[in-house]
Design a protein around this ligand. Structure first.
Ligand code: A3P
Length: 300
């Protein structure tokens, strides 16, 4: 069902709202806070998306390693079409190759024809599981979820917003101010069927092992020949921060009007938070992490 502007205005008027940083404001929809500007996209996505059983959906909270995961999964799935010398990653940002459902494909009330995408289709989303379209939940599509220690994620998102405010000539926020909004946005997780949970930290520790795990999960395990040729190692190298950060497309291009491609590639170090977070912030965040994450076995 297409939405009409009047219907959307009425819905937005009826929802609780909060002022937000760098977004017109947030509204509480299906138990989660979303920027008001993204809500129409989410509703169109929920109403129109038709999942296929072989779809692969990359799910993440912002700044948890989404870009890296997109590069890796794209390379794993398309390894028989491209090799490191001609991969599309050389000329396109990973966000162009694996588009966001709610920010890109269903933006501006678009109802894209996704039937012609080459299969398996790979999409990404920052939406929590409970907000995904029914068609996706009912299908056998596979979800790969990446998590990242919230202490590093808060630092990563602080740097990301800093680069954004600089490009929009807005005043910078202190880490304490940033932490307050971050803290409010921490969400619970649901552990559904057919989900592969990855940790950014495990990718950092042994990316080749994780590449093999993802390949198995999506039903495309590496053959003995590929093992001998070191294809998983090649993929890991092609998708490394050092390689991607150095590509012209990622140094100069833009992804969506406000987001510079380079702001997605920073330091990529686990534990960098010790250089930025004060002990009281660390203690507060640790308490929240314990409360929200330990029931899901996500201990950092
Ligand atoms: P830092 O800010 O800690 O450096 P997202 O892609 O979800 O926006 O997450 C961005 C974080 O992932 C940034 O972390 C960024 O540097 C890191 N990142 C991006 N590409 C990466 C890659 N190929 N390898 C490792 N980390 C990467």
């Amino acid at each position: 069902m297409e939405y009409h502007q009047e219907e959307m205005d009425e819905l937005i008027a009826s929802l609780p709202k909060e002022k937000a940083f760098l977004a017109p404001s947030l509204c509480l929809y299906q138990n989660f806070w979303f920027p008001i500007t993204v809500l129409p996209n989410i509703i169109t996505f929920q109403r129109h998306f038709k999942a296929k059983d072989n779809d692969i959906v990359l799910a993440s909270q912002p700044k948890t390693g989404t870009t890296w995961l997109k590069a890796l999964v794209f390379s794993i799935v398309n390894r028989h079409r491209f090799d490191p010398s001609n991969t599309l990653l050389l000329t396109s940002n990973p966000h162009e190759l694996v588009p966001f459902l709610e920010f890109t494909l269903y933006a501006n009330n678009a109802k894209p024809n996704l039937d012609d995408f080459s299969e398996p289709r790979i999409f990404s989303t920052h939406l929590p599981y409970s907000c995904l379209p029914e068609s996706m939940k009912r299908s056998n599509c596979q979800v790969i979820y990446i998590s990242h220690n919230p202490l590093d994620t808060v630092v990563s998102s602080w740097h990301f917003f800093k680069s954004l405010v600089q490009s929009e000539n807005q005043p910078e926020r202190s880490m304490e101010e940033h932490f307050e909004t971050f803290r409010q946005g921490i969400t619970g997780l649901e552990k559904p069927h057919k989900v592969l949970f990855l940790k950014y930290e495990d990718l950092k520790e042994d990316v080749v092992a994780q590449v093999k795990k993802v390949a198995e999960f999506v039903g495309l395990p590496f053959s003995l020949g590929e093992e001998k040729e070191g294809v998983a190692q090649e993929i890991a190298e092609t998708c490394s921060l050092r390689k991607l950060k150095d590509l012209e497309v990622n140094k100069t291009g833009k992804f969506m009007p406000n987001f510079e491609n380079r702001s997605y590639f920073r330091k990529g170090e686990v534990g960098d938070w010790v250089n930025y977070l004060s002990p009281p912030i660390v203690a507060r965040l640790r308490r929240i992490m314990e409360e929200k994450m330990s029931p899901f076995g996500l201990e950092f």
